[in-house]
Ligand binder design. Structure first.
Ligand SMILES: [Zn+2]
Length: 490
């Protein structure tokens, strides 16, 4: 594809993120909100959409939505209301979805992202609360070859928030950074698992292109079906190029919805875009509007935890970490908590950071585990680091100890004893080996005295070998020096 248009055109992206809230119960009924439960086990007349059943608002869901709005620097509206969004689809039990249209809970916020060393704000237009739909699974009957679909109503009525950004994003990479930051904020708040592969965090994008300098937006294409951060990145890159190529050819872009096809690496037209009026929105007659008073909002604000950006800055200031390490160690709240708990027990932040970003992350990645399931706890890591610090084990041995702790859940001391790795730091125990090394390597001794410093390294190596790696090299080093220098003076 030609890239000519990029010089005169810019890409404009707005993102809509849907995320399921971690409430105990569903949005409008008392059914458990329990992803992974047996299909259709958490259902009742309300979430099945049976006639005559009436919804009741889940207070915690409203609180979590407001909390999210506050974390995204939004203002919380004093008047908010639910609306009916009417459409027909097999996953919609009632034939309408209870959502919010004119009066969302939160508006006018922003998220800060850092791109190419530059900080940039992406506006948040609104955060509103709605209910999730049932889940459809499409299959082919192996006997007849005919397609059929299964409905799991457990997901119907699960509280869902929609977070709509302003069209402030101008590349696939910025979109990726925005989503990473947003997900991290949601996880810190504890409002969502943020798991994209499991569908708890879903993203649609509005993509258009326009001449640089133009204030008007170009024709918008909605891109759906992106199920991972990588898919979002690839889909947006593809879609922007597709639109630019169309303009290059003198064609116009059609307003439509396109689905990302992961296998083919392209977006495919699904339907021409529906308009808001097609949904015949009207105020939900079965629910009262809500008055969110400033006092109520102030109480919610008090529940705000330290957010990722603030924690990142604090890790740099308080612990002297590099911005890069601070970023890695605050990516999730669990990781940041792990770090701080370890540092409380072993007060060498940089050493802790190195072990976490090195050995711990390596083993977690290799085993596909999250830090929450690590068999090495913060006290476990701290006690290992103390053993190194006291000279009980060498750093080299510590890596083996750590790996075994990670696999078996044994304590550092248990592994050190089991593997016989306790380092010999006692000078009296090493003197004999030092004397032996000096006696059997007269050439190296001569070289050392002639000023060849590297000869000392060889002698240290001989003692290490004789101790089968258990001697403390620093102690050996100073013993050898003392002995050789003393003999020289004689
Ligand atoms: Zn229910």
């Amino acid at each position: 594809m030609k890239a000519v248009s990029l010089e005169t055109y810019e890409i404009v992206i707005g993102l809509e993120v849907h995320t399921e809230l971690l409430t105990n119960t569903k949005m409008f009924c008392g059914c458990a909100n329990q992803p992974g439960a047996a299909p259709n086990s958490n259902v009742c007349p309300v979430c099945l959409g049976l006639p005559g059943s009436l919804p009741v608002i889940n207070q915690r869901a409203v609180e979590l939505t407001a909390l999210t709005g506050l974390a995204l620097n939004c203002s919380i509206e004093e008047f908010t209301r639910f609306d009916r969004k009417n459409y027909f689809y097999p996953d919609l039990m009632k034939g309408y979805q209870i959502s919010q249209y004119q009066y969302p809970i939160a508006r006018n916020g922003w998220i800060e992202i850092e791109h190419d060393g530059q900080r940039q704000r992406v506006g948040i237009r609104r955060v509103h609360l709605e209910e999730d739909t049932a889940k459809l699974t499409h299959r082919i009957d192996p006997a007849t070859g005919r397609p059929y679909s299964l409905v799991d109503v457990n997901r119907a009525g699960v509280p869902l928030i929609e977070i709509v950004s302003e069209p402030d994003i101008h590349s696939a990479e910025q979109a990726r950074l925005y989503l990473m930051e947003l997900r991290s904020i949601l996880q810190y708040l504890g409002v969502s698992t943020g798991n994209m592969e499991e569908g708890a965090f879903r993203c649609d994008a509005n993509v258009s292109v326009r001449p640089i300098g133009s204030a008007e937006l170009g024709v918008k294409v909605e891109v759906k079906n992106m199920n991972s951060f990588r898919a979002v990145f690839r889909a947006l890159e593809y879609e922007a190029e597709r639109q630019l190529a169309a303009i290059d050819r003198g064609e116009s872009v059609t307003q439509e919805t396109r689905g990302w096809s992961e296998d083919r690496g392209i977006t495919v037209s699904q339907r021409t875009k529906e308009y808001a009026e097609d949904y015949r929105y009207f105020p939900e007659p079965d629910l009262p509007p809500l008055a969110l008073t400033p006092q109520w909002t102030a109480r919610i604000r008090m529940q705000l935890p330290e957010l990722p950006s603030a924690r990142r800055r604090r890790f740099v200031d308080q612990y002297g970490l590099s911005p890069y390490d601070a970023e890695l160690l605050t990516a999730s709240r669990a990781t940041a908590d792990y770090f701080e708990e370890t540092v409380r027990l072993f007060d060498r932040p940089k050493t802790v950071a190195n072990w976490m970003t090195g050995e711990l992350f390596r083993l977690l990645n290799a085993s596909g585990l999250g830090i929450e399931s690590s068999k090495v706890s913060p006290p476990g890591l701290a006690s290992l680091l103390k053993l190194i610090d006291e000279g009980t084990i060498s750093i080299r041995a510590a890596k083996d100890v750590f790996e075994r702790m990670f696999q078996t859940g044994e304590s550092a001391n248990q592994v050190v004893e089991a593997l016989g790795l306790r380092q010999i730091s006692d000078a009296a125990a090493l003197e004999h080996l030092v004397d032996q090394a000096i006696a059997s390597n007269p050439k190296s001794v001569e070289d050392y005295r002639a000023g060849k410093v590297q000869a000392l390294g060889f002698l240290v190596g001989q003692v290490m070998k004789a101790s089968r790696g258990k001697a403390n090299p620093a102690v050996v080093n100073s013993l050898l020096r003392a002995r050789l220098d003393a003999q020289q003076r004689d």
